[in-house]
Design a protein around this ligand. Structure first.
Ligand code: FMN
Length: 137
């Protein structure tokens, strides 16, 4: 079984390309080593992240992430067990959506497409994209 979690948080400062890549680059290396996949979105100081992997690995990473001083108010929205991971190709997909949800839809479609067209979405994924739309609007 694979555990999926979704959380949101508030960044301490307005992120730019440099501060984002300081999170993303080590994350992608760590996640690839630990068999963690997922997706991170950023908009207007809000982070929304979906993580999937072995339960213990995800719990451990979430504890580390919660302590990260670059953000606060880290809030778990959902934790779910699923048969197999949904974003196997993404050690951490990233999208910063600037001001409208149309590019978000495109991004969602392309990550689904490259994930071999997810046949049946989990509640966590559904919630993740619904939250993303809320945040952007
Ligand atoms: C919004 C946000 C998302 C993060 N996502 C991940 C992640 O997916 N994987 C990861 O290893 N670290 C992630 N981090 C970074 C961790 O909090 C921590 O800095 C990092 O795992 C420490 O790695 P190190 O022990 O290799 O230095 C994230 C941090 C923030 C603020």
């Amino acid at each position: 079984m694979i555990t999926q979690i979704v959380y949101y948080s508030i960044s301490e400062t307005e992120m730019n390309n440099v501060s984002i890549s300081e999170i993303l680059e080590p994350s992608r290396i760590n996640n690839a080593k630990k068999g963690i996949t997922g997706c991170l979105l950023y908009h207007n100081r809000v982070f929304l992240q979906l993580l999937e992997g072995e339960k213990e690995t995800i719990t451990d990473l979430y504890k580390i992430i919660q302590k990260d001083v670059r953000h606060s108010n880290v809030t778990l929205i959902i934790e779910e067990s699923i048969d197999k991971r949904m974003y196997p190709g993404w050690s951490m997909a990233f999208h910063e959506f600037k001001n409208n949800s149309s590019n978000l839809d495109k991004f969602a479609q392309s990550i689904d497409f490259f994930s071999k067209n997810i046949p049946k979405k989990s509640e966590a994924i559904d919630l993740f994209w619904r939250m993303a739309k809320q945040i952007v609007n």
